[in-house]
Design a protein around this ligand. Structure first.
Ligand SMILES: Cc1ncc(COP(=O)(O)O)c(C=O)c1O
Length: 463
């Protein structure tokens, strides 16, 4: 750390940092003018589920900093692994070179992931994994003598990232509309989000009805379709829309029947978030109970599995596209152009891979999936007052994700809830009137109690 950085850090106050940030940083997903009335939140340090400002004021990170953090901020075990890696190798290009962390990570993921996903291709953020999977799928069909298969389908309200290719399979008007002229048009099919079921219709029946719509679409257009991309079990950006796993099982059957790749985007839901290491393991009408085995009894294997966010425990940008040996082999040839000529400078960065290995170690050593099951049961018990609140609708839970809608007169509910939450020491980041919790897995019972009681207090002011 340079001397000037240390001096500057010592001098920083909340106020100074805000002013400097507003003058020099263009913040993501933000209408910057909003910050004239809604101040940025300065963060000096993090520890466990807590983020602290320069005055020591703290916020419980109930959204795991955009769904990435698994084992708390400044986790000593991930820190130690990174410090060790820093002394060995910070980076080397992955084209023509290789290194221990990337090889080990690929081997371990192959063992853990659903059957058949024998190869890992590396990217940086989630959106780059989506881009890679879309390109790889279409290129596979081209290499296999079906160059006309260039279309993709996704679910209504899907979210797969915000680069141009990823936006072509993202169905969120707010993120797409300004770039309509730049984006390839792809079709969407009905989402099995159970909030959309008819009165009296159970989630499973509704999911099967949506799968019928997928089948009708595939029947008509499969010759032009390369892949169907889906967020397994939970459509995060759609407002934590949850659906019955039977949909995934049907989607797998239909994609195989019609010769279309299935891309499972587990960027947000992978790494234990839904209760199994990968959400695809639950793709059956009878989801497996822990201890979960590889692939899960009745789970599905997609043609592509996308990982990012939690894969590094929330430390460093890394994404991975896992795919089958059959797809890998379609690129393996003497001609350069049949190869997958895609790259990012930081592909397979050793530090990021090492953070991912430390994350997998914690899963193994701490029996995280079982512990999370107990935590989720505890949370569901103490969240009863929220579930029964007269202004709360559709209280739902999958694994370590909870969500509900709030009946409120405020059209700017999300912003008000965020600001009020901060006053209650909570980082809440509702989507519209949907409040959700996606806390780091190391959250304690006491912290869960605090999250529930203070959310109730926040909501009571806003209804
Ligand atoms: C399901 C899903 N796919 C892709 C992405 C894009 O990831 P990133 O923001 O790292 O580009 C996200 C981000 O929220 C996501 O939830």
């Amino acid at each position: 750390m340079s001397a000037s950085y240390v001096i500057m850090e010592r001098m920083t106050s909340n106020h100074d940092l805000l002013a400097r940030s507003l003058s020099a940083v263009w913040h993501p997903c933000t209408q910057m003018k909003r910050h004239e009335t809604l101040p940025l939140v300065p963060i000096a340090r993090g520890e466990g589920v807590w983020l602290y400002d320069f005055d020591g004021k703290r916020y419980l990170d109930s959204v795991s900093s955009w769904w990435v953090n698994l084992f708390g901020h400044c986790n000593p075990r991930i820190n130690a692994a990174l410090a060790d890696q820093l002394g060995k190798l910070e980076h080397v290009m992955l084209a023509g070179f290789t290194h221990e962390p990337v090889v080990q990570l690929s081997e371990r993921l192959r063992e853990l992931a659903p059957d058949g996903l024998g190869h890992c291709f590396y990217g940086s953020d989630g959106a780059s994994a989506t881009e890679i999977a879309l390109k790889m799928s279409a290129h596979y069909w081209r290499n296999s003598g079906q160059p006309e298969k260039t279309q993709f389908i996704s679910l209504q309200n899907s979210y797969h990232g915000e680069t141009l290719g990823a936006l072509s399979v993202t169905d969120v008007a707010l993120f797409r509309d300004a770039y309509g002229a730049l984006i390839k048009q792809n079709a969407t099919v009905p989402s099995p989000d159970w909030r959309e079921a008819e009165a009296g219709e159970i989630a499973e029946t509704f999911a099967l009805r949506c799968a019928d719509a997928l089948e009708a679409h595939l029947q008509q257009y499969h010759n032009q379709i390369a892949a169907f991309i889906v967020e397994p079990l939970i459509q995060g950006a759609a407002g934590m829309a949850m659906y019955h796993p039977i949909y995934l099982q049907r989607a797998r059957e239909l994609c195989s029947q019609y010769g279309v790749h299935l891309i499972a985007d587990e960027i947000a839901v992978g790494m234990g978030r839904t209760g199994t290491l990968f959400a695809c393991e639950q793709a059956t009408s009878n989801p497996p109970q822990p201890p979960f085995c590889k692939g899960g009894p009745g789970g599905i294997s997609p043609d592509f599995l996308l990982l990012s966010k939690g894969i590094t425990g929330g430390y460093l940008p890394l994404s991975i596209v896992m795919t089958t040996d059959a797809i890998y082999q379609a690129f393996y040839a003497d001609e350069t152009a049949r190869g997958f000529l895609h790259s990012h400078s930081y592909t397979g960065n050793p530090l990021a891979c090492r953070a991912a290995l430390a994350t997998l170690d914690i899963f193994e050593q701490d029996n995280v999936l079982n512990t999370n099951r107990d935590k989720a049961a505890f949370f569901n018990r103490i969240a009863q007052p929220l579930r029964e609140h007269p202004k709360v609708r559709n209280f739902r839970n999958t694994g370590m994700v909870w969500a509900f809608e709030v009946e409120t007169p405020h059209t700017d509910f999300a912003q008000r809830c965020f600001s009020l939450g901060l006053r209650h020491e909570l980082l809440l980041r509702p989507m519209g009137n949907t409040v959700y919790f996606m806390p780091p897995y190391i959250i304690t019972e006491e912290e869960m109690q605090m999250l529930v009681s203070r959310t109730l207090a926040t909501i009571d002011i806003l209804i």
